[in-house]
Design a binder for this molecule. Structure first.
Ligand code: PLP
Length: 348
């Protein structure tokens, strides 16, 4: 992104040392990113935070924190979820269960199934939620569902763990943060933030794990635990990407430019969604693919069976993962009609 390039230039010109930062990373990074995510929802001194290698590192450190402090807790994940959630849980031998999330018929959120399954969580259990732009389905809960989930988890004494990997890709920076802010305003929670996509700095490995506590003293304890976990796993987290993010967010011009470019990226994905849904409407004379314009973020699960995925590959040379997840951002004006045609011919 333009702002990243400019921030790197400034860093290159002004950086005088490559000494270690702190176990939690450069405090300027957390101080810049926390308000972007939480806004005024929580006082700063109630938030513990450590920089991590990407959002994956934040998820991993969050799960390690849970295992260290509450080894009996079950971690609940949506079905489906980003496969790495389950694989890290298995790797850490943390007990985990799935809750219903996606309605294959409507290709939206299975609100009733989700609430029914989550009503079985025990006090101290952890519930992993995608803050926005659910990966792999693209289906996000509406506001009423978020409110119901939040009330249910608080009522049962469960800990929400929000994975926020696509802030700004859904409906905008503020809108995409709303669900996370509500959960954080209502009590303890963990939040894993990735800067890989919204800053386009994938390989720099830039993430932040936040622990929101009910008071400043508990946040200080959490800060010590998180720094300890960083120390055990890699000592100091990567700094270059964190420095880029802090530079951009703390400079008015760079920040404005980044926000503009991020909004352009988001609108580009929205336009592709609209175009694909419109083409499918035209070809099928039905609105059954309108879910594509309601989905948010890079991904959509289009509801293809493994056989249909195979047909699209064999007959049209169109490749997608077996569960029918596509990356909307991988399309363009030329390929949208080709995909729509192939979907129809494959019998979707
Ligand atoms: N969480 C979710 C839901 C993701 O989709 C991803 C990336 O694909 C991540 C976390 C981690 O991203 P990274 O480690 O590249 O920052």
């Amino acid at each position: 992104m333009r702002a990243v390039r400019e921030a790197e230039r400034r860093i290159w010109e002004t950086e005088t040392t490559k000494t270690y930062t702190a176990l939690a990373g450069d405090p300027a990074f957390a101080d810049a990113l926390i308000p972007l995510v939480l806004g005024p929802a929580v006082p700063r001194d109630q938030v513990a935070a450590v920089a991590t290698p990407g959002g994956t590192g934040a998820v991993r450190q969050g799960l390690e924190l849970i295992r260290m402090l509450n080894p009996g807790a079950t971690v609940w994940v949506p079905d489906p979820t980003w496969p790495n959630h389950v694989s890290i849980l298995r790797h850490l031998a943390i007990p985990h269960r799935a809750y219903r999330y996606f309605d294959e018929a409507t290709r939206g959120v299975d609100r009733d199934g989700m609430l029914a399954d989550l009503s079985a969580v025990a006090a101290g259990d952890v519930v992993l939620l995608h803050g926005c732009c659910h990966n792999p389905t693209g289906a996000d809960p509406d506001q009423a569902t978020w409110e119901a989930v939040s009330a249910l988890l608080r009522g049962r004494g469960a800990l929400p763990f929000v994975d926020l990997a696509y802030l700004g890709f859904g409906a905008g920076l503020e809108a995409d943060a709303q669900a996370t802010r509500r959960l954080a305003a209502e009590g303890d929670c963990l939040i894993a933030v990735s800067c890989s996509k919204n800053f386009g700095i994938y390989r720099e490995r830039t993430g932040l794990l936040m622990a929101v506590a009910r008071d400043a003293a508990t946040a200080r304890l959490a800060q010590g635990n998180l720094a300890h976990l960083n120390r055990q796993n890699y000592s100091f987290p990567p700094d270059h990407g964190a420095r880029i993010v802090a530079t951009i967010l703390s400079d008015a011009d760079l920040r404005r430019d980044w926000e503009t470019e991020l909004a352009d990226v988001r609108r580009g994905m929205e336009a592709l969604r609209e175009a694909l849904a419109a083409e499918l409407r035209r070809l099928t004379n039905s609105d059954r693919f309108d879910f594509l314009r309601h989905h948010r973020g890079m991904f959509s699960r289009i509801g293809a069976t493994p056989q249909q995925v195979e047909r699209m590959r064999a007959d049209h040379g169109i490749y997608m993962v077996g569960d029918g997840r596509i990356n909307i951002a991988g399309l363009n004006a030329r390929t949208v009609p080709l995909l729509a045609q192939a979907m129809v011919e494959a019998g979707l």
